[in-house]
Every structure is written in C-alpha cells, then in structure tokens.
Design a protein around this ligand. Structure first.
Ligand code: SF4
Length: 330
C-alpha cells in the first residue's frame, strides 16, 4: 500500500516536503472535546481573556517560521473565543511580517466573518476530528459538524480554500475510511491534517493508535486523493514513522516541537529520515537562520510592538543557539 501511495504522490508532486507549524493564539476554550488539553486546563483558568499570547510573541514566531523556511499550518485558538476585530488586526500584522495570507482554525465561521477576514486569509480549517458520527457525538458533542459544513459552503462562495483535521485513534476503525472519502469528496476539501491521538492526562483516552494503523489511514488517503494536500502530525515517541510518512507522500509534517527542540537529536533524526525516504526538506530543523534583529525595523508596525518582537526574538534565538551548542557536546 505504501508503494501505491508513493506512486500516486510522485506523479503529481515534486520530492520536497515542508515542516508546517500551527501557531497557537490562546489556551482557553469554552468547549469540552474529550481528547483536548484545553478542555482539561479550562478549570485552572480564572480569566479566559488573559489566557492568550501577546501579539508580539505570535508575530515573532511567524517571522522566525518564515526565516527558517517553515510553513504556517494555521492560526489556532479555542472555539470562537477571539474577537473578530482582534483577529483581523493580527492577520494584517502577520501579512506585514510574513507577506502571506494565513489559514484560520478558530472555529466554524459564518460567511460574513469569512468575508471580513478574506483579504488576509487563504482559507479556513474545520476541526472535524472524526468522521464516525457515533464517536463524534461522544467526543465532540458540543462541536457539531453542521456549522463546519456551512463554513465550507461559504468558503466555496467566496473562493476560499477548505481544510479539515482528523484524529486517528479515538475508537474508529479502518472500516470508517469510506466515510472520510465521502466527506472529502462531498465538500471538495483542499487540505487535510491527520494526527495520531495524543492521550492527554485527565481525558478519557490513555493510549495512542498503533503506528501501522495511523500510517494506513494516511496511505489510503494519499491513494484516494493524489492531489490533496496532506499534513501528518508526528510525535517524538513515534519518530520511527517519519520515513514511511515521507515515503507515502505527505506534503508536510507538523506537531514536532521544533523551536524548543531545534537542532536536537530528534530534529537531526527527522531530517535524516526524510532524506532517507528520498524527500527534500524545505527549510531546516537544525541550522540557525541568517537573521538580524534590525530586520524587524522594516515592518510597518507600532514601534513598541517592534521592540517587543526584538526582545522575544532574542530569547528564541538564545534557546535555539543553546540547543546547537549542546548538540555538539552530545
Ligand atoms: S473546540 Fe478545539 S480547542 Fe476547544 S475543546 Fe474542542 S478541540 Fe479543544
């Protein structure tokens, strides 16, 4: 099956593969999806409004991603918790810093909201999570799929792209794969991010799916949808799957804690495995970028924001440099 997936991928795509980083905007969500760390953390958050990152931190991370050659997968937040005006200001600043429109993964948006963001977004992601309706009802009862489908229809009307997320290992079986096929076809999904369940302490889940089972979902997806963009989540304890994921033809990998683990043993292993699969990683998980703090001065942002960005960038670079020095002694 991996060879078939590889052949399907190779006919349509070059050998390159990217590292795609989801940028988190906050850590509070009013919903209670049964697998999610935000649903567990909720009780510890006294001020939901304060549980968000500073714009300078978000902008600096995005700037660093572009310097490292990484894609920004999407901007992710708790379900519809950020004010639209705030989000629009952030999107404008991100466009200034990266020169790119972003994807949103901030909850199901109405047509009016999508229109509001349209000049600065490429598309919107529906956090579908599972295509098995019984499991969906069990794990995401308060996040119904119908508003996501309405958002996809609005995306079509506005010429925006559509993405979805899928988590493997919540009780579905491979017999559910036709449901995924049907969903992708019916809504003409442009991009899918597939994750293996990461069991969070305090949730109802205690184990991840078997690696072969996770890979089978991705291989079948590639064979069924040779043109669709596929992003695969990877986890540190499952890095031995990278070579197979790269070989079967995912377009990008995500979820690796790439800044904190920059140039770590794991980061170097990922690069080796990708090369071993005959793929070429765009950007780097191991080489410090050529970057000057003064580059931030060129952005059309408030002076105070730029100074905050410089301070944040300095801390990021110190952390990444520390890893690089440490790695030479290991
Ligand atoms: S909507 Fe998203 S962030 Fe909120 S609990 Fe569900 S999965 Fe977590």
């Amino acid at each position: 099956m991996l060879d078939d997936a590889h052949a399907a991928f190779k006919m349509r795509y070059p050998a390159s593969i990217t590292f795609s980083r989801a940028i988190f905007l906050n850590w509070y969500c009013p919903l209670d999806c049964k697998f999610c760390f935000m649903s567990v953390e909720k009780s510890n958050i006294s001020s939901p409004k304060a549980a968000r990152r500073t714009p300078a931190s978000i902008l600096t991370e995005a700037f660093l991603c572009s310097k490292l050659g990484w894609d920004i997968e999407f901007l992710s937040s708790g379900y519809r918790v950020l004010e639209n005006e705030y989000l629009l200001r952030l999107l404008k600043s991100l466009y200034e810093v990266t020169g790119k429109k972003q994807w949103l993964n901030t909850g199901a948006l109405s047509k009016q909201e999508l229109e509001f963001f349209k000049p600065y977004i490429e598309g919107s992601c529906g956090a579908v999570e599972t295509v098995n309706p019984i499991i969906h009802d069990k794990v995401c009862r308060n996040k119904p799929v119908a508003p996501i489908i309405n958002m996809f229809k609005a995306c079509d009307e506005l010429g925006l792209r559509k993405a979805m997320t899928l988590i493997i290992g919540m009780g579905e079986t491979i017999a559910d794969f036709p449901k995924l096929q049907e969903f992708i076809e019916r809504h003409a999904i442009d991009r899918i991010t597939v994750y293996a369940l990461n069991p969070i302490k305090g949730t109802m889940f205690t184990k991840s799916p078997e690696a072969d089972y996770y890979i089978e979902w991705l291989a079948r997806t590639r064979i069924s949808f040779p043109r669709m963009e596929i992003i695969a989540g990877i986890r540190n304890e499952r890095l031995d799957t990278i070579r197979q994921l790269a070989y079967l033809g995912v377009n990008a990998i995500t979820k690796f804690i790439a800044l904190r683990q920059f140039n770590s043993k794991d980061a170097r292993f990922i690069e080796e495995e990708i090369a071993g699969a005959g793929r070429i990683l765009q950007g780097s998980l191991t080489k410090l970028p050529d970057i000057e703090l003064e580059e931030i001065d060129a952005f059309m942002l408030e002076p105070e924001r730029k100074e905050q960005m410089k301070r944040t960038l300095t801390s990021y670079l110190e952390m990444m440099h520390r890893n690089t020095v440490l790695s030479k002694t290991i």
